[in-house]
Design a protein around this ligand. Structure first.
Ligand SMILES: [Zn+2]
Ligand SMILES: [Zn+2]
Length: 116
């Protein structure tokens, strides 16, 4: 059935569009936080960079694939509470191997928090 086929193509297209948008937003988020690990400076592969929430109640809150469907303003609000770290440092943070100094990690762009 040609119609069915069309529908499938459309669904496929939408899926791709969403994934593209997510990628673009992740890209933007990485740019926003400086594109490298805040702790060791790692910047070789963006896929190995994580968003670490500075809030103690860090729940993984969703700057993952799924979270990237939110609006940029909303994402930015979350990013202002995050630092960018590489997977290695991230593990160390959560394994209590790394002591994060609050002052050292003071967030930049704080002032722009509410900007649209
Ligand atoms: Zn690192
Ligand atoms: Zn974390």
């Amino acid at each position: 059935m040609p119609e069915k086929r069309k529908y499938k193509d459309r669904a496929e297209y939408l899926k791709k569009a969403v994934s593209k948008r997510r990628k673009a937003l992740r890209r933007k988020a990485l740019d926003y936080l400086g594109n490298k690990c805040k702790i060791c400076g790692y910047a070789k592969y963006e896929g190995a960079l994580d968003f670490h929430h500075l809030d103690k109640n860090h729940k993984g809150f969703g700057l993952s694939e799924k979270g990237m469907t939110r609006s940029w303003t909303r994402i930015k609000e979350e990013l202002d509470k995050c630092i960018l770290v590489c997977a290695n440092c991230h593990r160390e943070i959560h394994g209590d191997k790394l002591q994060l100094s609050k002052r050292k990690l003071r967030l930049k762009n704080k002032v722009n928090c509410r900007e649209a």
